[in-house]
Write a new protein. Structure first.
Length: 107
């Protein structure tokens, strides 16, 4: 954690930023991350940046992939409405068939 803080200060100065204080806080538990995320801790700074960029692209792809969900929901809702209407017509049809069968059974 100390090296990380020193690196932040150093890079801040290099870019003209003055960092007065860095609040340090460690998480009291380990977080199990999927493979592409979990290896970040062991790599060099440049490689960390490259991997984070790659992970951001993956997250953008996930967002892009899930953007179709509202349209799918709308299509399914429309299908459910049509299916309900069809079921009502089938119920009416079945009632007519039952009446025909009752008349045939009476003969």
């Amino acid at each position: 954690m100390g090296n990380f803080s020193q690196e932040i200060r150093k890079r801040g100065v290099e870019r003209g930023a003055v960092i007065q204080d860095i609040k340090k806080q460690e998480l009291p538990f380990d977080i199990d991350l999927p493979y592409p995320f979990s290896r970040v801790l062991a790599d060099e700074d440049i490689d960390i940046g490259r991997k984070l960029d790659r992970e951001n692209e993956l997250l953008i792809d996930i967002k892009r992939d899930t953007s179709a969900l509202p349209e799918i929901k709308e299509i399914l809702t429309s299908f459910v409405v049509e299916q309900r209407e069809h079921n009502k017509r089938m119920d009416e049809h079945n009632k007519r068939l039952e009446k025909i069968l009752e008349k045939l059974a009476e003969r």
